[in-house]
Design a protein. Structure first.
Length: 193
């Protein structure tokens, strides 16, 4: 067994708490009352579920786990409290008789791991971009400390003069230390967090 593949597997095992891949999406959706209510509200063709809210959904999995011969990571049982739920008996009858209810007709599933990787890539790109910005700020500050003008700094770091002026204007507030993080936070408030 290669070292690299063992390390990758360990990293993957830490990242995915539900190792039964096909069940991962269900556990995430039904394990969260907000997501569960959104699914029922937006992807069902049932009037009684159109106004469902997270507070109407109660996790009752613990009551039923002893009934299963084997507990799986995706076993989630919810009890839905529907105010004025006169139609609930119709729903229960449909479930008992296994009649199609259109519950998931409009549902387009998604690959949780794929979405997680996309999010990680976006985060990495954002981190790289912010790192580049901080490096540029640091360069401007170092050149500013050596007494160079905005025009000279812009030429040396191959950026626009307006960028240099913008950084210098904020950096002067933090003279003589030129705290790069504080300068970055002020220049890019939406990117700082």
């Amino acid at each position: 067994m290669k070292k690299g593949s063992k390390k990758q597997r360990k990293r993957s095992e830490r990242r995915i708490s539900n190792r039964k891949i096909p069940d991962s999406g269900g556990k995430i959706v039904f394990g969260n009352a907000t997501l569960c209510s959104q699914l029922l509200r937006n992807y069902t063709d049932m009037d009684m579920l159109k106004d469902i809210r997270p507070e109407y959904i109660e996790d009752v999995t613990e009551r039923f786990v002893p009934m299963f011969t084997e507990e799986r990571e995706a076993d989630v049982i919810k009890q839905i409290h529907i105010p004025g739920g006169e139609d609930i008996n119709n729903l229960v009858d449909c479930i008992k008789e296994r009649k199609p209810m259109g519950l998931f007709d409009n549902w387009e599933g998604f690959d949780v791991q794929k979405e997680q990787k996309i999010g990680e890539r976006r985060g990495e790109k954002k981190g790289e971009k912010n790192g580049e910005r901080k490096t540029m700020i640091e360069l401007v500050c170092k050149k500013l400390q050596s007494g160079k003008s905005a025009k000279t700094i812009a030429k040396e770091i191959e950026r626009s003069e307006s960028f240099s002026r913008k950084v210098i204007k904020v950096a002067r507030k933090y003279y003589p230390d030129y705290d790069v993080q504080k300068i970055f936070d002020e220049l890019y408030p939406s990117k700082a967090k």
